[in-house]
Design a protein around this ligand. Structure first.
Ligand SMILES: [Zn+2]
Length: 317
């Protein structure tokens, strides 16, 4: 194959978008106009048909079955009215879904013996609707916990509009949930090797593609190019969109891209990256087999981007 043909093949592959990512959901009607209904949460908490998802310290209860799982959904209890509640949406038949944020001390009062699991643990196993419910509840719970005071005047804020607004108790300003865009990029060189790197916070062997937050006034493509250059001193072009995934840890939206470089020379600067290396598909396969490479979790877009470049799933839990 000529180098030109190889290059074209690589480019056309990079234009495909990732499908079947975890947490992208869409199977739930968020019914956002209902958030403004007066007394929405008390009404739903008094309806035994309302389904409750309870979050305690980043975990919800699930019902596990062979190879899959589903959220454990229950009717409201009197305890739920004392907790932070968020209206998550409704089904076509009108069944409403309410998230409540409990304390660790409440856990013993919860019904059933269903195990408690984190979104990282079960996000890939849950059906689309359940994964969306969990991701929205986790993101909202994180936001409420971090925005107890008004950014304008410093007074206490209180939840409003079904848990989708916090309102200042002094100046009555409304504050909305935050989502922080972050770019994550599969960078390849002319030989179609993939750039992997290790954060200083990760143990040896844990490697992934580069990622970073989009800065104010910056386009997504510019953020990809800046982050790669800052972290490993490589200049990239051909930045192409690949897919996106909500990542509520605490409030990111991961925007995946591919990018190319003509010069793979690595120049690590600063303290953001402990090590970086280019791998061929054969290198990566060998590293996995030898137990020298710890992949990102299966639920993550990072893992899916690496597998997309690799050409198929990599067998590692
Ligand atoms: Zn205020």
């Amino acid at each position: 194959m000529s180098s030109a043909a190889h290059r074209l093949e690589g480019v056309s592959r990079s234009w495909e978008t990732l499908r079947d990512l975890s947490l992208v959901g869409g199977a739930l009607d968020r019914a956002s106009p209902r958030r403004r209904e007066p007394g929405l949460l008390p009404v739903l908490l008094n309806d035994p048909l309302t389904r409750i998802v309870e979050l305690v310290a980043g975990r919800v209860q699930v019902i596990e079955s062979d190879g899959g799982c589903a959220l454990f959904l229950r009717p409201p209890t009197t305890l739920d009215a004392k907790r932070l509640g968020v209206f998550l949406g409704q089904d076509g038949d009108g069944t409403a879904y309410l998230g409540v944020v409990g304390e660790v001390c409440d856990q013993a009062e919860s019904s059933g013996t269903a195990p408690w699991r984190s979104l990282r643990e079960v996000g890939v196993l849950l059906p689309g609707r359940d994964a969306s419910l969990f991701a929205a509840l986790q993101g909202l719970a994180n936001w409420h916990a971090a925005h107890t005071h008004c950014p304008s005047c410093g007074a206490i804020t209180e939840p409003d509009q079904g848990g989708w607004v916090r309102r200042c108790t002094q100046d009555l300003t409304e504050h909305y949930p935050r989502t922080d865009p972050a770019v994550i990029m599969a960078v390849t060189d002319a030989a179609d090797r993939l750039l992997l790197a290790r954060s200083p916070h990760w143990p040896p062997g844990r490697l992934s593609v580069l990622a970073g937050f989009v800065e104010p006034g910056e386009s997504l493509e510019a953020a990809v190019a800046r982050e790669v250059f800052e972290e490993v001193g490589v200049t990239v072009d051909e930045v192409r969109y690949l897919g996106n995934q909500p990542w509520p840890f605490p409030s990111s939206l991961m925007l995946g891209f591919t990018a190319r470089t003509a010069d793979p020379t690595l120049r690590l600067a600063g303290e953001e990256i402990a090590e970086a290396l280019w791998v061929s598909r054969a290198d990566l396969g060998e590293m996995v087999r030898a137990g020298r490479f710890r992949l990102s979790p299966i639920v993550s877009i990072a893992r899916r981007m690496i597998e997309h470049w690799y050409g198929g799933p990599i067998d590692q839990r």
